[in-house]
Design a protein around this ligand. Structure first.
Ligand code: FO1
Length: 308
């Protein structure tokens, strides 16, 4: 059975992958999830990107927000607020159950990969979801002389700080989780999901053995640009690319991945960039990349699978 391996961040990736599991048997899909955004609240280990992917594939995600559990309530958080705890990270009651279970398993000595596998099985997710690493890698956002934890920058301070540098603490020594290197090297196709290249994909690229596997693999590597018409579809990717000195365009995304990328899917509105991207040796497919419905996700997933 030939594998399709995806490198995935949060919401944009989840939207593509929920289409992909309708296009290929989910058992063929290995999803490597970013854990640079992981955070601890109230003694609980939270893996926001893994959860966004898991909830989406389990069909229980809050579709409006793209994260959290659909129809969740916030009674526990409200009470924690009354008890004087910070409650800016909106953890719903059902969502908290996942974090309690994850933390309990981790405290019993099970790795994050094994816990993720268990949680996926229990929620009926058939694709294989694996964290990029079982080691601790923390995305730090630097704004002048201020060092912020990722969720502090992203949620608490609403991405308002000007980012001068992004550091993936621990990445240089981190080992890829089991299956990650094999899934990249043995795949027929590797998909770089439409996630933030700097905040969501770079934590994975910063782990030396993941980076080396991407450069070594014979798999055909296809990315979907998260930048459409010079803007990020969601989140601060455009502002961060600009402050890192990258061109904020589909071309800028292609160039960022050019060391290993074979093909990029860009939006219709960016079709004028096709020739420029092809000139750096990357094939281009122009398509409608905005995913508002399941049909849109399936349509884009078919385009990704047909890219060759
Ligand atoms: N994103 C927000 O913008 N605000 C929140 O309060 C928030 C809570 C949250 C809780 C659990 C979870 O799994 C994700 C959550 N997210 C929240 C999303 C998340 O922080 C980001 O989208 C990712 O880290 C970036 O991909």
């Amino acid at each position: 059975m030939s594998l399709v391996t995806a490198l995935a961040g949060g919401v944009g990736a989840a939207r593509l992958l929920k289409g992909l599991v309708h296009v290929i048997p989910p058992e063929r899909l290995v999803i490597i999830g970013n854990t640079g955004d992981d955070v601890e609240f109230y003694g609980l280990h939270i893996s926001p990107d893994l959860d966004i992917l898991m909830y989406t594939l389990a069909g229980i995600v809050d579709e409006t927000k793209g994260w959290g559990v659909s129809g969740d309530t916030f009674n526990c958080l409200e009470m924690l607020g009354k008890l004087g705890f910070e409650i800016w990270f909106k953890l719903g009651d059902r969502d908290l159950a996942i974090h309690i279970a994850r933390t309990k398993f981790l405290n019993e000595g099970i790795t994050l990969s094994e816990v993720t596998c268990k949680l996926c099985q229990r929620l009926g997710v058939k694709a294989k979801l694996v964290p990029m690493t079982n080691d601790r890698v923390s995305t730090k956002i630097i704004s002048g002389n201020l060092w912020l934890d990722f969720q502090e920058y992203f949620v608490k301070r609403k991405t308002e700080d000007t980012v001068t540098e992004v550091v993936f603490e621990g990445a240089d020594k981190a080992q890829p989780a089991p299956m990650v290197v094999e899934a990249l090297e043995e795949a027929e196709k590797v998909i770089i999901c439409p996630s933030n290249p700097i905040l969501s994909v770079s934590p994975m690229l910063s782990i030396p053995k993941i980076n080396a596997a991407l450069k070594k693999t014979d798999a055909y590597i296809v990315a979907v640009s998260p930048i459409v018409g010079g803007k990020a579809l969601k989140g601060p990717a455009d502002r961060i690319m600009a402050s890192m000195g990258l061109e904020v365009s589909a071309y800028g995304v292609a160039e960022f991945y050019k060391d290993f990328l074979d093909h990029i899917i860009i939006d219709e509105v960016d079709k004028h960039q096709k020739k420029r991207i092809e000139a750096i040796g990357i094939k281009v497919t122009v398509a409608d990349t905005i995913m508002k419905s399941l049909e849109d996700s399936i349509h884009l997933a078919k385009i990704v699978m047909n890219a060759q």
